[in-house]
Write a protein that binds this ligand. Structure first.
Ligand SMILES: Nc1nc2c(ncn2[C@@H]2O[C@H](COP(=O)(O)OP(=O)(O)OP(=O)(O)O)[C@@H](O)[C@H]2O)c(=O)[nH]1
Ligand SMILES: [Mg+2]
Length: 381
């Protein structure tokens, strides 16, 4: 129907742009020699380490699988870590975890920014290692390797495990720090982090690796939306439109209904203030609305704007053309909510799109799981 068809069209556009970029090796971005070398280095280390932690994005548990391990049967030496649990739809991630368990895959969901979560994960890893290395666990050094596609949070996880790890006080004084960034392909080399003593346990952080070729456009679009592929390759505006189609067909925006009624009261107060002193309003505005990070009240305005456009839309019997128009109306209304002047023309929409994607990727515009669990009927939940 309407919005689903529009999502498919927009996803196709985004995915197509990714595939085009992947085929254009001359541009030097997709699977560059550095990525190929890192991929070989990972393959060489794989049989040598005690445990592989395959980090995936909980929003796309299937699309973010690591190409090198794709055809490997489940093994006790491999744990699938669904990271960014805080960004995914809780119920759907649970379904995914049951599915993987059913497939005999060891799977663990984490939020790398949550200390308690990481402590529990570390306990789980140590218990698992004890089981794996029944005989000489106390004497040996244990190595785990984090692998995955770019930007799934390998370095954030390495840092968190290193920080909460049980190492001596002296070692705590010289903690290392892996570079964590919202941009993909930030980690360039393999480096090791100590996460426990007696026995010594090390975790290797590795560069993100993309598959050399991806045939499915849908996978490409999901990887792009979650931030695995540089936005500029695809186009920020196209990505934002794809996100909006997803938002409009979900229930998430309906949670923002009360922002719409609360706004009426605030508008009256704002109007009174404007009448009292219109001359210094601009200056005040500049101080109160910094453009480099998004404050809570701007996020509320963005949510309210998206809610009002979406809820006034007659979705019953809506045609694809009307659904696309809704997305355009939302995009047109967003510069005001984000306080981005329209005078930059098309650049304003790119700016707004970047800000919108940033809000989505930091979990402030709802929780979505983009991959659906295969073979629902075979699930034992
Ligand atoms: N909300 C949320 N954000 C996370 C989580 N883990 C990592 N991030 C964010 O995701 C982005 C990417 O994290 P990195 O640790 O740099 O990812 P990476 O897999 O090492 O990326 P590459 O080294 O480029 O392959 C950063 O902005 C992190 O702050 C998480 O559990 N939840
Ligand atoms: Mg990294």
């Amino acid at each position: 129907m309407g919005m689903a068809a529009v999502t498919a069209i927009l996803a196709g556009k985004v995915g197509g742009a990714v595939q085009q970029a992947s085929r254009n090796r001359a541009a030097g971005w997709w699977y560059d020699p550095h990525m190929a070398a890192a991929s070989r280095a990972i393959a060489e280390r794989t049989p040598l380490v005690d445990l592989i932690l395959e980090v995936r994005d909980a929003r796309i548990p299937l699309s973010s699988q690591f190409d090198q391990l794709k055809d490997q049967p489940p093994s006790s030496k491999r744990v699938i870590v669904l990271n960014k649990m805080d960004l995914a739809n809780g119920a759907e991630v649970k379904e995914w975890m049951s599915y993987m368990e059913h497939q005999k895959q060891i799977c663990y969901g984490v939020n790398s920014h949550n200390r308690d979560n990481i402590k529990k994960f570390l306990n789980f890893l140590q218990a698992h290692m004890r089981q794996l290395k029944k005989i000489d666990y106390s004497s040996s050094t244990i190595t785990m390797m984090l692998v995955g596609v770019p930007n799934v949070g390998k370095s954030a996880l390495a840092n968190s495990l290193h920080k909460v790890g049980r190492v001596g006080a002296a070692e705590k004084g010289k903690l290392k720090h892996a570079t964590v960034s919202p941009l993909p392909c930030e980690t360039k080399d393999i480096s090791s982090f100590k996460i426990a003593s007696n026995p010594n346990v090390y975790v290797l952080d590795t560069p993100g690796i993309l598959p050399p070729v991806i045939n499915e456009t849908e996978i490409c679009s999901k990887l792009a939306l979650t931030g695995t592929i540089r936005d500029s390759l695809v186009g920020e505006k196209e990505l934002a439109m794809y996100f909006l189609s997803m938002l409009n067909s979900s229930e998430e925006y309906k949670k923002w209904a009360e922002l719409s009624s609360a706004q009426t009261g605030r508008m009256l107060a704002d109007c009174e203030a404007a009448c009292a002193s219109s001359s210094d309003l601009d200056m005040k505005g500049k101080r109160r609305y910094p453009s480099d990070h998004t404050q809570d009240f701007i996020v509320d305005d963005v949510r309210r704007t998206l809610y009002e456009e979406a809820s006034s839309f007659q979705r019953k019997l809506a045609k694809s053309k009307d659904c696309m128009r809704l997305i355009e109306l939302q995009l047109e209304a967003l510069p005001e909510a984000f306080r981005v002047p329209l005078e930059f023309g098309d650049d304003s929409f790119v700016k707004v799109s970047k800000k919108l994607l940033n809000l989505y990727r930091t979990g402030r515009l709802g929780h979505y799981t983009l991959d659906s669990v295969p073979n629902h009927s075979h699930l034992i939940l």
